[in-house]
Design a protein around this ligand. Structure first.
Ligand code: ATP
Ligand code: MG
Length: 137
C-alpha cells in the first residue's frame, strides 16, 4: 500500500483544523501510520521544499513553515498520493474546488492549510526528512 506525507501547516494548526482534516482522511479509508506535532527546523524546511529553492517565494515559504508547530503525518492506503492530492485541492485557494480541504479552509496561497506529497518518490524523500523509521507503524 502506498504512503504519503501530509503536513497540516502552522495556519491549520493555529486555526484548530487538525481534527477535521484527520477525520476526512480516515473517512476516506486512508490510515494514519505516523503522527506528530513539531516545529520543523530551517534545514528540514529547506530540504522539504528543495524543488522551490530558486523561487522568489522560497524564503517566505521556509519562514512560514517554520513559524510554529505543524502536524506531520504519514497516511497509507490504495493510491494514497493521488487520492490525498484530490482531497487537498489546488494550492491557490482561488482555484481550489469547494469540498476539497483547501477549497473549504485555505485563505491565501501561503496560508493554504495543508501539504501532500506529489508523487510516491517525493513521499519517500519527505517522510525520511521528518520521521525516523521506528516512528512509522
Ligand atoms: P504543497 O507542496 O504545499 O502541497 P502544492 O504542491 O500544491 O502545495 P507547490 O507548487 O509545490 O504546490 O508549492 C508549494 C507551496 O509553495 C504552496 O503550497 C504555496 O504555499 C507556496 N507557493 C507556491 N507558489 C507560490 C507563489 N507563486 N507565491 C507564493 N507562494 C507560493
Ligand atoms: Mg508541492
Amino acid at each position: 500500500m502506498e504512503k504519503t506525507l501530509i503536513l497540516i501547516k502552522p495556519d491549520g494548526v493555529a486555526r484548530s483544523l487538525t481534527g477535521k482534516i484527520i477525520h476526512r482522511f480516515e473517512q476516506r479509508g486512508l490510515n494514519v501510520v505516523a503522527l506528530k506535532l513539531l516545529t520543523v527546523s530551517k534545514a528540514q524546511a529547506a530540504a522539504h521544499y528543495d524543488e522551490h529553492k530558486n523561487q522568489p517565494f522560497f524564503e517566505n515559504l521556509v519562514g512560514f513553515i517554520t513559524s510554529g508547530p505543524l502536524v506531520a503525518m504519514v497516511i497509507k492506503g490504495e493510491n494514497a498520493v493521488k487520492v490525498s492530492r484530490a482531497m487537498i485541492g489546488s494550492a491557490n485557494p482561488a482555484e481550489a474546488q469547494p469540498g476539497t480541504i483547501r477549497g473549504d479552509f485555505a485563505t491565501a496561497l501561503q496560508y493554504n492549510v495543508i501539504h501532500g506529497s506529489d508523487s510516491a518518490a517525493s513521499a519517500e524523500r519527505e517522510i525520511a526528512n521528518l520521521f525516523k523509521p521506528h516512528e512509522l507503524f
